[in-house]
Ligand binder design. Structure first.
Ligand SMILES: Nc1nc2c(c(=O)[nH]1)N[C@H]1C(S)=C(S)[C@@H](COP(=O)(O)O)O[C@H]1N2
Ligand SMILES: [Mo]
Length: 438
């Protein structure tokens, strides 16, 4: 998989002129006439996933059709072809919102956010995979094989919501660099594993423990020895009964791209805390200092700032529990119905460590709101489901907006929340378009 392929295709969608410049270069008309240069042929082939056979005849300036739409043969191993691939080195792919409709997100549809290169699938043997617990704040460092983990500790299953802190980044202005996630870097799976707390206690957790950090078996993109990411959570979060070291998602081994064969799962916190391909947990006597723990990664300005403002590293605070949010998963945007029909609207809502008290919908751009039926979470840190029926007063274009309010009364904003340099925590209301005909 080459970066070029997805990169160019995405560029053709967002900035066709720049994409054209990259593909065709800035050579003079005389040099370019008619034919692709050898370099052009190479990059076009890389972009399309296969060499362009009649490249010599390809008309100057034309955009290969294969770059204009998602390519069917571009499928991530173990993943549904419907995922929207934002980047393939590292792999980043989000779920279209209408495919998040099931109460539990199907494993092939669970979003993927990699910072580096996952360990080779063929090289992973779950029977001799090991996990080590060590660090300044345990008295008995221990290494377990995966089969030992399964037999030595109580096995538990929880539904836990994972959302990338950068979900929704695409909307920020001025733009923030990083994956331009729309709304689909979120999912709620049924995770099976052991409690992190049980392992920490079995290792003789000491009372100087402040933070845990993870190390996975993925490699840095530059091929070097440094891990691409090593984050963690404060000890109070690590010790919660829902904080898991998991090997199954929805009753099956984890998909390779989601951390097979072993990962951490911390529901309600930035998904970056949930280390994949997990091989080591360190228990620290200070805030963990692995790659991407430091500012500005996964941090927000401690105090609100104006859009575009520079923020000093010391003014950036680590993101913990994620803010209240909701997603309309039915119907998909663009639905059409007749005036005589009413529309069932449904979706999910979540609120980090809290639960959601209420979800409302509006069809008049927030002037009035109607309350939805809302389920209780199946367990703490699982998303909740809302449903409502909507009637429309007359023919025309509408938007359905959904707005959740958490247990402590905090609401999603209808407009973008605070701009921040890295584009995190966009929990603005989700909107879909609906057309009503006679
Ligand atoms: N080892 C490792 N763990 C990782 C990552 C990674 O790149 N390597 N990415 C993190 C980030 S930023 C996110 S959002 C989640 C994504 O989990 P998923 O790919 O299973 O959806 O994994 C986290 N755990
Ligand atoms: Mo993330």
């Amino acid at each position: 998989m080459r970066k070029n392929r997805v990169g160019l295709r995405a560029l053709y969608e967002s900035d066709p002129i720049e994409a054209d410049r990259r593909l065709w270069g800035r050579k003079s008309q005389a040099n370019r006439r008619g034919f692709l240069k050898d370099m052009g042929k190479l990059s076009i082939g890389a972009a399309l996933g296969a060499p362009m056979v009649f490249a010599d005849f390809f008309p100057e300036g034309m955009v290969p059709a294969g770059l204009l739409h998602s390519l069917e043969f571009f499928v991530l191993p173990g993943k549904d072809p419907a995922l929207i691939v934002l980047n393939d080195r590292p792999v980043n792919a989000e779920t279209p919102p209408h495919l998040l409709d099931p109460e539990v997100t199907p494993a092939p549809l669970f979003f993927v956010r990699n910072n580096g290169v996952p360990p080779e699938l063929d090289a992973i043997n779950p029977d001799n995979w090991t996990l080590t617990i060590e660090g300044e704040a345990v008295s008995r460092p221990v290494t377990y094989t995966l089969p030992e983990l399964k037999s030595k500790f109580e096995v538990v299953t929880h539904h836990l919501t994972l959302e990338c802190a950068g979900n929704g980044r695409k909307e920020f202005n001025p733009p923030a660099s990083g994956n331009q996630w729309s709304v689909g870097a979120v999912g709620c799976g049924s995770w099976t594993g052991v409690r992190l707390a049980d392992l920490l206690r079995a290792s003789g957790l000491r009372n100087n423990a402040v933070y845990i950090g993870y190390y996975g078996m993925d490699k840095h993109l530059n091929g070097g020895d440094q891990v691409p990411i090593s984050r963690g959570v404060p000890i109070r979060k690590a010790l919660e009964p829902e904080s898991l070291i998991a090997w199954d998602l929805n009753g099956e081994p984890l998909p390779w791209l989601n951390g097979y064969p072993l990962r951490l799962v911390f529901g309600g916190w930035p998904a970056s805390c949930s280390g994949k391909w997990l091989s080591r947990v360190v228990v620290r006597d200070k805030i963990h200092d692995g790659p991407k723990m430091e500012a500005p990664s996964y941090r927000m300005p401690c105090k609100p700032v104006a859009p575009g403002e520079k923020v000093a590293d010391e003014e950036m605070c680590i993101i913990e529990s994620m803010p209240v949010k909701s997603l309309i998963t039915y119907p998909r945007t663009g639905a059409t119905l007749r005036k005589s029909q009413s529309l069932e609207v449904r979706g999910h809502a979540w609120a980090g460590d809290l639960d959601v008290r209420e979800v409302y919908t509006s069809i008049d751009f927030g002037m009035t709101w109607q309350s939805c039926a809302l389920t209780k979470p199946v367990n703490p840190l699982a998303w909740q489901h809302f449903v409502t029926k909507i009637s429309f007063p007359q023919e025309g274009y509408y938007e359905v907006w959904a707005r959740a309010v958490d247990r402590e009364g905090r609401s999603q904003p209808v407009i973008l929340p605070g701009w921040n340099p890295k584009g995190y925590l966009n929990n603005a209301c989700h909107r879909i378009a609906v057309k009503v005909t006679a």
